[in-house]
Design a binder for this molecule. Structure first.
Ligand code: NAD
Ligand code: DAU
Length: 354
């Protein structure tokens, strides 16, 4: 079984590659990744040593390179993880998100049409559904929930989903789509909530919580996500969308408090800062379809999973300290500097002052 995995040097793609090489002895993987700020070749080091993974540095938007890759090889499945993935960056500068997340998908699917493949799998997100109200715990996203994206990032992902389904209907391309909620796990880039809070807390730095921290996310361990994707790619029906959720809804402030507690730090580190524009209130995913059709459900509970991830960041400081000492510093100062200066401490946040 040979798979082309794009974006495999990023957080979820790399975890998927480690997972699939371990889970399937016959798996061979070619990873295509542009190594943007979020890609890290070192994350794949142990897998590259297996002899079953080869790496191509390149851009999914580069039609000539993608064509050459498909001409020289044949893939049982093509899995697209490559994307610009951070909502805050998409708010600052949408252009690259539209290019990579929509046009890159088109380039890959055109190559799949030309050379053939058993499956094109688009790794999408629950954010395409927009958000849910905080006071309606009964509501969940199903695959039939209308697309109502809020941010430039989620709008670009929703666009790609529509394009992928159009390629299935128009050209018969064997497409599947997975829409997963928030992932956590090893190798997540420190711009995202959980690694950012772990790394800042370890360093005794402020913990910047947007608004009151009441927004809710449905956390999925990345290994559960990888297992779900494998099930969809091998057994899912072409033309179908499958939701993936963790059944672990948490308010951001509670996640931050758990991290503080597990690390034995002081809650005085929490700073409530100006909110993200258009900030989605709540995500909650109904994963009944993938459970009924493919027998998948999450296996990692959030408390245990979070403890494991904290341990991983504590044990792998060289991986992340190299990242936060580079261009990340400028990103962090630009994204947080002024907001932290104007932010308030935990007591003011609880009183609803921000
Ligand atoms: P990430 O930002 O950690 O990694 C993205 C990877 O894609 C990087 O290795 C980067 O170098 C590569 N890449 C970016 N642009 C590229 C291009 N033009 N050509 C080739 N490679 C390129 O992202 P992630 O968190 O691992 O997310 C992976 C996928 O899963 C994305 O499609 C994202 O939308 C989706 N997703 C993420 C989450 C989450 O919680 N992180 C949840 C659901 C879905
Ligand atoms: O739901 C799936 C999506 O989850 C993926 O499609 C995205 O690629 C992924 O980045 C993630 O999006 P979020 O915006 O939910 O993740 P993020 O880690 O950026 O933020 C999680 C929550 O924490 C969100 O409500 C904003 C808040 N937050 C985030 C950061 C980085 C803070 O309060 N402070 C922060 O510093």
């Amino acid at each position: 079984m040979k798979q082309l995995v794009t974006g495999g040097a990023g957080f979820i793609g790399a975890n998927y590659i480690h997972y699939i090489l371990e889970a399937r002895a016959d798996a061979r993987v070619v990873c295509l990744d542009a190594l943007t700020y979020a890609g890290n070749y070192k994350t794949l080091a142990s897998a590259l040593g297996s002899g079953r993974l080869s790496f191509v540095k390149g851009d999914i938007r580069d039609a000539a390179l993608v064509d050459e890759l498909f001409r020289g090889d044949s893939f049982d499945a093509v899995l697209n993880f490559a994307a610009e993935s951070h909502v805050d960056r998409s708010i600052d500068d949408p252009g690259l998100f539209l290019d990579t997340n929509i046009l890159g998908v088109r380039t890959l699917m055109d190559a799949c049409r030309k050379y053939g493949t058993g499956r094109f799998h688009q790794v999408s997100t629950d954010e395409v559904y927009g958000d849910l109200p905080l006071d309606r715990p009964d509501m969940r996203f199903t695959e039939a929930t209308p697309l109502r994206a809020s941010s430039p990032y989620s709008a670009s992902k929703a666009s790609a989903d529509l394009l992928a389904l159009a390629y299935h209907r128009t050209y018969g391309l064997p497409v599947t789509i997975s829409r997963c909620s928030n992932n956590y796990g090893p190798y997540q880039f420190p711009e995202k909530l959980i690694p950012l809070m772990i790394i800042n807390a370890v360093g005794g730095k402020s913990l910047p919580v947007y608004g009151k921290g009441e927004n809710v996310r449905d956390w999925v361990h990345v290994n559960d996500h990888s297992r779900a994707i494998d099930a969809i790619v091998t057994r899912g029906r072409p033309g179908e969308v499958y939701n993936i959720g963790g059944g672990s809804e948490m308010a951001n402030i509670d996640v931050v408090r758990m991290i503080i507690e597990k690390l034995g730090k002081d809650s005085g580190l929490i700073r409530h800062i100006a909110d993200r524009p258009g900030h989605d209130k709540r995500y909650a995913v109904d994963f009944g379809k993938i459970k009924a059709e493919l027998g998948w459900e999450p296996q990692v509970g959030f408390e245990d999973g979070l403890s494991g991830v904290i341990d991983w960041y504590l044990a792998n400081e060289p991986w992340w300290s190299e990242i936060i000492s580079g261009a990340y510093k400028d990103y962090y100062d630009g994204m947080y500097g002024a907001r932290l200066a104007a932010g308030t401490g935990e007591a003011a946040g609880r009183a609803g002052l921000r």
